[in-house]
Design a protein around this ligand. Structure first.
Ligand code: SF4
Length: 262
């Protein structure tokens, strides 16, 4: 488990690594580049012959439970926890680890919302697990957001990561769901030399929709004068938007407070 520079997490934890492209947002996959770099440094979690092969690391499943200080932990950001090539029990194993280490709040993230729904729509919500989908454009929103809304309606905590945002998105592509149950939206532009543009008008529209539904809105990064600005977070129409749901904020502060070594 590693400390992370991502402002809304204390740690990232990768019991699962590896993936394969699924949609337009994958074109400049950050995790694939990082996996290749990690393999080159000799990291035992990445096969030098195929660093981004979907893999469940069973020996990492209890890693987060060793940290006793309550923290916010991003899960499987170095791949996709719902990848079809993972062992059948991968998702259940990770969920069980999260259940056991219930001092932490876990943020899951996937682009394979259909598989997340198949696995969890019939499962009782786990209160310290927040299910997230990644959405990059309207096609992604139509495919993934209604499943997330269904999970929210069943009582799961839910969030949306729109990073990289590469097209205009309406948060509520279907009128048949309670969108105000989705609890958090994070937006950010793509980074790297090949980044595709994020139009501030898309972000303004999304912020307006979140405002309408009462959803906390966090603008993580945006291009400002030709550079990606994340620290400090950028201004949108003269305002920084760094809303974090109360339950996450509280845990984040606990996770970052200095504590004796564990
Ligand atoms: S789903 Fe995510 S991890 Fe997988 S290839 Fe696409 S961007 Fe990379």
């Amino acid at each position: 488990m590693n400390k992370t520079g991502i402002g809304y997490l204390n740690y990232s934890w990768n019991p699962v690594t590896g993936c394969s492209p699924v949609s337009a947002g994958c074109l400049n996959c950050w995790a694939k580049k990082r996996a290749t770099e990690n393999a080159a440094t000799g990291s035992k979690w990445y096969d030098p012959k195929d660093p981004f092969k979907p893999t469940l690391h069973r020996d990492r499943l209890d890693e987060s439970s060793h940290r006793k200080t309550p923290s916010v932990i991003g899960v499987g950001f170095m791949g996709d926890i719902c990848h079809p090539d993972l062992p059948e029990d991968a998702l259940a194993c990770v969920l069980q680890s999260c259940r056991i280490a219930n001092q932490h709040t876990y943020l899951w993230l996937t682009k394979r919302a259909d598989r997340l729904g198949e696995a969890l729509l019939g499962v009782d919500p786990v209160p310290n697990v927040w299910l997230g989908v990644s959405v990059e454009n309207m096609a992604g929103a139509i495919e993934r957001l209604p499943i997330l809304a269904q999970l929210a309606e069943r009582g799961w905590h839910t969030w949306v990561s729109m990073e990289p945002l590469i097209g205009s998105v309406t948060l509520a592509p279907s009128p048949h769901h309670n969108w105000d149950l989705v609890e958090w939206v994070i937006v950010g532009c793509e980074s790297g030399d090949d980044r595709r543009p994020m139009d501030p008008a898309w972000v303004t529209q999304l912020h307006g929709e979140c405002d309408h539904f009462g959803i906390p809105f966090f603008l993580k990064q945006m291009e400002v004068e030709g550079k990606v600005q994340a620290h400090p977070t950028p201004y949108l129409n003269g305002v920084q938007h760094t809303e974090i749901p109360y339950a996450i904020q509280e845990r984040l502060e606990q996770g970052s407070s200095p504590r004796p070594a564990e």
